[in-house]
Design a protein around this ligand. Structure first.
Ligand code: GUN
Length: 294
């Protein structure tokens, strides 16, 4: 079997088109959704993510308040900026790019964000709401993965989904969302991680394999069954002297080999990546609507 490629860029464009129309409508009522973005330090990957987020906001009409702070920023300075954004009615969503430099206390920073403006869905209150199935801002990458599967006709209900990776940003929330009762859910979920004895034993039983380990070639063709759906959340830089930048991006999946066996597969780049930013835009619009009683 040769897999059909799930085009994350195309699905993201479709959703962004829907959001742009909604924003135009909100603007006729005097509502402009706003996102506050905070980047601390010079990490190149984080810088390029943040630049892409800011560009996406401008393209669909979201006001973006961009703050690039030096790596020497103190915890108190960062908390003061978050506090100002919490109080600013023009800002509906606050995004602090992770990871933060080591001297900063990440959990204290996430707790300081007003949960009603937590468009990343990382505040423990939103995490808890998501786990018990209450209305919450859903974390952007897991939500993007669900949207791209739903819009590609993947049947999630009753499927066995195996997630490789247990991060707070992807693996853990995705496991919760897939096992929840409801639409785009009702799956049987297995989570594998660095201490799992034989990851292939589990992935070979999976109807859906989601790789979110942060390591190239974590999922190889011998680890998937014929016709599986393969979603690659990994974004890894590997050295490549033929590229101007000196590197290229690869996922966690051996794409070419798995493509020959899967029914559907996501590429890197152009798969999950564009969906993550799109769901951030979605949450920001949602937050603006809620702030205005809509
Ligand atoms: N770092 C990697 N992914 C993300 C994300 O989705 N949000 C934030 N804030 N930081 C990240």
């Amino acid at each position: 079997m040769t897999a059909k490629i799930i085009d994350g860029k195309e699905i993201a464009q479709q959703i962004r088109g829907e959001l742009a129309a909604e924003i135009q409508h909100l603007k006729t009522r005097g509502i402009v959704p706003g996102l506050g973005v905070i980047l601390v330090g010079e990490d190149p990957a984080s810088r390029s993510y943040v630049t892409a987020k800011e560009k996406a906001c401008h393209e669909i009409g979201i006001y973006s308040n961009d703050n690039r702070l030096p790596a020497t920023t103190t915890q108190a300075e960062l908390l003061a900026l978050i506090s100002a954004m919490n109080a600013d009615p023009k800002i509906n969503g606050i995004l602090v790019q992770l990871p933060l430099p080591k001297h900063l206390n990440e959990s204290e920073v996430l707790l300081a964000i007003n949960p009603d403006k937590d468009v990343d869905g990382f505040h423990p209150l939103n995490v808890g709401r998501m786990v018990v199935g209450e209305k919450a801002f859903l974390p952007c990458t897991p939500h993007g993965v669900l949207q791209m599967m739903a819009r590609s006709g993947v049947k999630i209900e009753g499927a066995h989904a195996v997630i490789v990776g247990r991060s707070n940003i992807v693996g853990k929330p995705l496991a919760n969302l897939l096992m929840a009762k409801g639409k785009m859910a009702n799956a049987t979920v297995t989570v594998c991680h660095t201490k799992t004895k034989d990851i292939g034993y589990y992935t070979r039983q999976a109807d859906i394999v989601i790789a979110a380990a942060g390591r190239p070639n974590t999922v190889t063709a011998d680890m998937i069954k014929d016709g599986a759906v393969v979603i690659d959340v990994g974004v890894n830089r590997v050295e490549d002297a033929t590229k101007k930048a000196g590197f290229r991006l690869v996922g966690d999946v051996d794409f070419e080999a798995c493509k020959a066996k899967a029914s559907l597969i996501t590429p890197v780049p152009g798969g999950v990546g564009p969906m993550t930013i799109t769901m951030l835009l979605y949450n920001t619009v949602e937050s603006a609507k809620r702030a205005n009683g809509l």
